[in-house]
Ligand binder design. Structure first.
Ligand SMILES: [Mg+2]
Length: 378
């Protein structure tokens, strides 16, 4: 089975705020779906966390390498793309775009073999996984109201991030966390994401250590991106000194970039994004490298239903990955598939066991946000 075509479609019209200093509007495209079409019919779907224009640029470079390639060998084909573009966008746009292609190729392989991708990645350690509700921080009373509503819907784990945290004052930081803990109750998992990869991030190690101690008083499960994304030494020191688990790595791409961080002991939890890092082939290898260093991989997942489906398959195939991120309030996650995601009575998500990624895009629903016909038309 050969690759016949590769198409891209950016999602616009309902892009959620990112909490960024340079904030997104609803029409900004930061999530782009890709579809790999094969000469025998199956179409694989992937998701890329970057703009449509950048994905289209990368596809100009990648298309000649892809057309006519074998459609059922995701790891080899992705590795060929990485190597053939060594001089072109390595680690950036080209790597981001390969992520979506790789996810789509795994989806094709699953459809062709009749197996869920997680089994093809090595086997299913779990049939369901706990999703954590991910939402932006806001004023304490506003945030508490949103968290209370999510808890009432059955969510049991929550991550609050970005917004004013670390950007206004330490008194407000603590009031936000105190209000969140009260809203979700003492038994719920609560995580805090400082968003240290924000363009205007200015706090350093001392702030991060003081804040980690504050978070510990509220039983916070992990402190995410407490430092700038390249501050490797500070991460290493903070992980040793902080009473809470330290997580990060969402902006890193390529498996090779993670080795120095894992070897230095920078993280308790590493958070690559499958829609940026190089796809499932890369993510799986990072997961096993992390495991061998005593580090858990909990995927960064501020993406789409397709990215979530990839994260679920990965979570089935890695022994330590017992949580996935779920962006709450995004129609790109909740409203583009034929079957809506549903929490079970324990607040868990079933990992699809249908072939491939195990989801089906709903072309009509998707058409609200992009040219779905151009993406999916055979
Ligand atoms: Mg984050």
């Amino acid at each position: 089975m050969k690759i016949r075509d590769i198409r891209a479609a950016g999602l616009r019209g309902a892009t959620p705020a990112g909490g960024w200093q340079e904030e997104l509007t609803s029409d900004d495209v930061v999530h782009t779906l890709v579809a790999v079409h094969t000469d025998e019919g199956p179409i694989g779907i992937g998701s890329v966390f970057t703009s449509e224009a950048l994905v289209r640029g990368a596809l100009e470079v990648l298309r000649p390498l892809l057309i006519g390639e074998e459609a059922t060998e995701p790891e080899r084909v992705s590795e060929r793309l990485h190597r053939a573009t060594f001089w072109l966008g390595r680690g950036g746009t080209v790597t981001h775009t390969i992520s979506g292609i790789d996810i789509a190729l795994w989806d094709v392989l699953g459809q062709v073999t009749g197996q869920p991708v997680g089994r093809l990645l090595g086997g299913r350690y779990r049939e369901r996984v706990r999703p954590y509700a991910s939402l932006l921080m806001d004023r304490p009373e506003v945030l508490a109201e949103r968290l209370g509503r999510l808890a009432a819907q059955g969510w049991t784990a929550f991550k609050i991030g970005w917004g004013p945290f670390g950007r206004v004052g330490e008194d407000l930081d603590e009031r936000i966390v105190a209000a969140a803990r009260e809203a979700v109750g003492p038994g719920a998992m609560l995580m805090v994401d400082a968003g240290g990869s924000d363009s205007a991030w200015s706090n350093g190690y001392k702030w991060a250590l003081r804040t980690a101690r504050m978070l510990d008083r509220y039983g916070v499960a992990w402190f995410e991106e407490p430092l700038g994304p390249d501050a490797l030494d500070d991460y290493v020191h903070l992980r040793r000194e902080a009473p809470v688990a330290i997580s990060g790595g969402e902006v890193l791409t390529r498996r090779q970039s993670f080795h120095p961080w894992l070897e230095a002991g920078a993280f308790d939890i590493v958070q690559p994004d499958v829609t940026k890092v190089g796809g499932l082939s890369e993510q799986r290898r990072i997961g096993w490298a992390a495991q061998d260093h005593g580090v858990r991989l909990i995927p960064h997942g501020w993406n789409t239903a397709v990215g979530l489906a990839a994260d679920l398959q990965l979570a089935s195939a890695l022994p330590g990955t017992d949580l996935v991120e779920y962006v709450t309030g995004s129609p790109y996650v909740d409203a583009i598939t034929t079957e809506p995601w549903r929490l079970d009575a324990d607040g868990m998500l079933a990992i699809p066991d249908a072939p491939g990624l195990g989801i089906r895009l709903d072309p009509e629903a998707l058409a609200r946000y992009t040219d779905a016909a151009a993406l999916l038309r055979p």
